[in-house]
Design a protein around this ligand. Structure first.
Ligand code: F3S
Length: 396
């Protein structure tokens, strides 16, 4: 792999241990993926922030923070708790202390403590063609596919190394041709609710065989649908990019693939059958995976106005969106119903395994992690149905 004179000096340790370690990580990754050089990035987004996932990795982070700072705009994924309301979430003192320490370490490195999986809603929004190094599969799929920025699907550590050096290895999604669609997908039905886009991501994981899809028939999708589709694609297909005709900025730059498949109502029905398990007592209703935008909070407030919920309803969002929603009066209405609007975290990365047994959500990604990480029984339904269940206090 070609290194510039300055990069060689970094590897030789002339700029300190932290820079040397970070560059060695990038070079090792570059060699694995056949990158010929490093390219500059304009921003980074760091995932793997919950102490629940980091555990003993905290020692490495602490050491790195004493040796190096980030050199580009860098934001942070959700951690394991709301930094103010962790007691209401049932988080214990010991976990809270460790989570605060993790956040302090990232702050010391110069990282913007956004604690959200929607950094593109809180001021980290690259432009089309901009090279960045982001972790968090939902955000990666969103900015590659909706914004047209260029990032591989980074791990927490590779995104952090890239943030310190300000560069990333040139391979994969940083190369235009690698982003080309390989299979055309015709969606032959109307997707009615944003949650349907999450279910569609699950359907695609069974149909596209790891090929980047060019999806036709979704021209009316809104930001909520794109967020839920990106989260589901990142989770179930593992692909860092998809194209939607009429939406993805570079979709028209490529020839349409010859191979064509169709998605119909039966495929969606089967997806919802998979995403819905049988149970009646509901412990928790969760909206906000990925973190809710302002429009979702407006809709939730509209539906909860002057009502009282009968089961736990948590809405997860970013602090920036929360403060705008507070200004517009949405939060007062939502919390007036007994629901909680929680920031800095989500149900998947918080240590909630034994707190709840059953979960109703509008997010297919939330279903995957609710089942996988927290061992919940899960149902995926529309946002309206989530609220109906919370108001009724159960499924039936
Ligand atoms: Fe975000 Fe957590 Fe969902 S990080 S995408 S709310 S699983």
């Amino acid at each position: 792999m070609y290194l510039t004179r300055d990069e060689e000096r970094i590897i030789a340790g002339e700029f300190g241990e932290g820079m040397r370690k970070a560059l060695e990580i990038l070079v090792a990754i570059g060699k694995i993926y056949g990158a010929e050089r490093l390219i500059p990035i304009s921003s980074a987004h760091i995932s793997g922030v919950s102490y629940h996932n980091i555990r003993e990795g905290i020692d490495f982070l602490r050491e790195l923070a004493s040796e190096a700072k980030v050199s580009v705009k860098t934001t942070l994924n959700p951690g394991g708790m709301d930094i103010y309301r962790w007691r209401e979430m049932g988080i214990d003192e010991e976990f809270a202390a460790k989570q605060r320490e993790v956040i302090d370490i990232y702050r010391e490195m110069g990282i913007n403590i956004t604690l959200t999986c929607t950094p593109y809603h809180v001021g980290n929004l690259p432009s089309k063609g901009e090279h960045v190094a982001w972790g968090e599969s939902s955000a990666v799929a969103y900015i590659n596919s909706v914004v047209g920025a260029m990032t591989n699907r980074e791990s927490g550590i590779s995104a952090l190394a890239a943030a310190i050096i300000g560069k990333t290895p040139h391979y994969g999604m940083h190369i235009k041709e690698e982003r080309a669609p390989m299979i055309r997908v015709r969606v032959n039905m109307d997707l009615v609710d944003p949650s349907d886009y999450g279910a569609l991501g699950f359907v695609l994981s069974k149909k596209v065989d790891d090929k980047i899809p060019l999806i036709e028939g979704l021209e009316d999708v809104d930001d909520e649908g794109l967020k839920l589709l990106s989260a589901s694609m990142g989770t179930y297909t593992g692909l860092p990019i998809y194209h939607i005709k009429g939406i993805t900025p570079e979709a028209a730059d490529f020839d349409a693939p010859r191979e064509v498949i169709e998605i119909d109502a039966q495929d969606m029905k089967e997806a919802y059958e998979y995403l819905n398990e049988a149970f009646e007592d509901v412990d928790l209703v969760w909206i906000g995976c990925p973190h809710s935008n302002l429009e979702e909070l407006r809709r939730i407030a509209e539906r909860l106005k002057s009502k009282t919920i009968k089961t736990e309803l948590w809405v997860t969002t970013s602090r920036k969106v929360l403060s705008e929603a507070e200004r517009r009066g949405y939060i007062k209405v939502i919390e007036g119903s007994g629901a909680k609007v929680i920031c800095d975290t989500c149900v998947a990365v918080a240590p909630l395994k034994h707190r709840f047994k059953t979960l109703v959500t509008n997010s297919a990604k939330g279903c995957y992690y609710g089942r996988g990480v927290n061992k919940f029984l899960v149902k995926v339904v529309s946002l309206d149905k989530c609220i109906e269940v919370a108001l009724r206090g159960g499924w039936v």
